[in-house]
Design a protein around this ligand. Structure first.
Ligand SMILES: Nc1ncnc2c1ncn2[C@@H]1O[C@H](COP(=O)(O)OP(=O)(O)OP(=O)(O)O)[C@@H](O)[C@H]1O
Ligand SMILES: [Mg+2]
Length: 346
């Protein structure tokens, strides 16, 4: 549905987006993750025909952004970083106005406006001036304008930025609901956003794609081994923690064992595995084999934060190993662009 091949975008002599490629399949929801200045907004502007690419091709539903921009715009709804709202207009009037700009057929306009307001839960403020809306409601109106012409693709630039925690959850729910019917790319520099909302992630840093994968695979791929937390009880005499630790360390695939807690007669250990080992079954067999009681075992997922720091650490993006070994650097190295002017998509 979205096909980006070798896209570069230069501002004068500065390369903001440098030879990036990725694809998004229909109905998927993809997180475009990167620190400030990574090139997220620039890429989204090219995808939505607001900026021409300097090099490479971008196709939406098979239509090229340079050759057939009207076909692309018909299929794309865009929520820019700053929603393109007119404060002096009332919500419903504004959405009708956007519908006219987007050339929604007159006979369908009322129905489309009504549906978009319902979808984005702004029916209760339909008569209110946009200037008087809370930030969360403005964001919903922004989403409603992006949805108005029922586009196949939604491009949402930091859709939850500046919202309060409740509004963030509501907006994420709404985006997830939209995902089945639409193909969605949303940008964010907030990791839990990607983990909670998206199926796939494209990580971008300093204009380059440093990783693209499913959220789950990426976590697994970069962490190598896994870690598990086990809670063990002992029916009769309790052995020393050191004894238990040594036995667990002998389980196939275990590489590091740390005592986390002593709870009554029970011991809690965190066990790390070597890469590609199938740790948990071996651990369970060892515990039960020693006549101990296994109260709990759970896999400790590495946070996407760790992954993100790993892949955005250096300039080299050739291999995961290179990334892991690259020297640490300031994540906010890129300057913020002056790109907050409101826009209305025609
Ligand atoms: N109109 C412009 N003219 C010149 N440079 C620009 C322009 N817009 C953006 N840039 C630069 O391009 C780079 C990428 O900016 P972009 O806005 O795409 O990043 P971003 O990933 O969206 O960042 P943020 O998380 O801060 O929104 C930055 O270094 C920025 O300063
Ligand atoms: Mg941006």
């Amino acid at each position: 549905m979205i096909d980006v091949q070798n896209l570069s975008k230069r501002y004068g002599g500065f390369t903001a987006v440098d030879d990036i490629s990725f694809r998004v399949e229909p109905g998927r929801i993809v997180g475009f993750l990167g620190p400030n200045g990574a090139g997220k907004t620039t890429t989204m502007r090219v995808l939505t025909c607001f900026l021409p690419p300097s090099r490479g091709t971008v196709k939406i539903a098979g239509f090229d952004v340079l050759e057939t921009p009207m076909e692309v715009k018909r299929r794309v709804g865009y929520l820019p970083e700053t929603p393109p709202l007119y404060p002096d207009m009332a919500v419903e009037g504004y959405l009708r106005f956007v519908g006219e700009i987007k050339e929604v057929p007159k006979a369908e306009l009322e129905d489309r406006v009504e549906r978009a307001m319902k979808r984005c839960a702004v029916l209760d403020v339909r008569g209110k001036l946009i200037a008087k809306l809370s930030k969360g409601y403005r964001q919903r109106v922004g989403l409603a304008q992006a949805l108005l012409h029922d586009p196949e693709v939604l491009i949402l630039d930091e859709p939850t930025s500046g919202l309060d925690p409740k509004q963030i959850l509501e907006t994420r729910d709404l985006i997830r609901e939209l995902a089945g019917e639409h193909t969605i790319i949303l940008s964010t520099h907030i990791l839990p956003e990607v983990e909670q909302t998206c199926e796939e992630v494209v990580i971008i840093n300093k204009g380059k794609v440093v990783a693209t994968d499913s959220v789950e695979n990426l976590r697994n791929r970069l962490r190598g081994g896994e870690a598990a937390l086990v809670e063990i009880g002992f029916g009769g005499q309790t052995p020393t923690a050191d004894t238990v630790r040594a036995v667990l360390a002998g389980a196939h695939g275990a590489s590091n064992v740390v005592l986390r807690e002593q709870r009554g007669g029970r011991l809690l250990f965190e066990v790390e595995s070597a890469p590609n080992a199938n740790l948990r079954p071996a651990l369970a067999a060892t515990i039960v084999g020693n006549g101990w009681e296994l109260y709990e075992m759970k896999s400790l997922a590495y946070s996407l934060e760790e992954v993100f720091l790993q892949v955005t650490r250096g300039d080299s993006a050739e291999t995961d190993e290179a990334l892991l070994e690259a020297p640490a650097e300031d994540l906010d190295a890129g300057a913020e662009g002056d790109n907050t002017e409101p826009e209305v998509q025609a």
